[in-house]
Write a protein that binds this ligand. Structure first.
Ligand code: HEC
Length: 107
């Protein structure tokens, strides 16, 4: 029994080692756009040519701010400010949204 449990842990460790870098690479800007349309477009202009609803800054504008980095976007999304709803964004979804926002830079 101990032997098979040991193998299970080794398998779990190998699985995590294999999936962690893959997940980091899997950030998908196209999915990020879909999520942004779904969750952010009620306030933000999320794509060039879309329609803005209010005073929230446009995503192309945010992206082209030289101060905008993936780290800053993550920090922003981790601590939503009052006008923004407390979105329960999963890590992978956050990566996709950040990838999408960064893909808008210098358009
Ligand atoms: C209920 C309206 C609302 C929704 C929904 C919303 N936001 Fe915002 N967001 C705002 C407003 C208003 C500001 C500007 C607040 C400020 O400057 O203090 C803002 C600011 C931001 C900023 C900072 C911009 C800067 O100047 O650095 C980021 C990044 C951002 N939002 C991302 C998002 C993302 C990503 C989503 C979707 C997951 C989202 N927001 C959904 C209203 C919203």
């Amino acid at each position: 029994m101990i032997g098979s449990r040991g193998r299970l842990w080794i398998a779990a460790g190998a699985f995590m080692a294999a999936t962690a870098p893959a997940a980091a690479q899997a950030a998908d800007a196209v999915n990020g756009l879909q999520l942004s349309r779904q969750w952010c477009s009620s306030c933000h202009l999320v794509e060039a040519g879309g329609t803005a609803r209010d005073s929230a800054p446009s995503f192309p504008g945010i992206s082209n701010d030289p101060a905008t980095t993936p780290q800053r976007l993550r920090a922003w999304l981790a601590a939503p400010h009052p006008p923004m709803p407390g979105l329960d964004i999963a890590k992978a979804q956050e990566d996709d949204i950040v990838a999408y926002l960064m893909s808008l830079k210098s358009q």
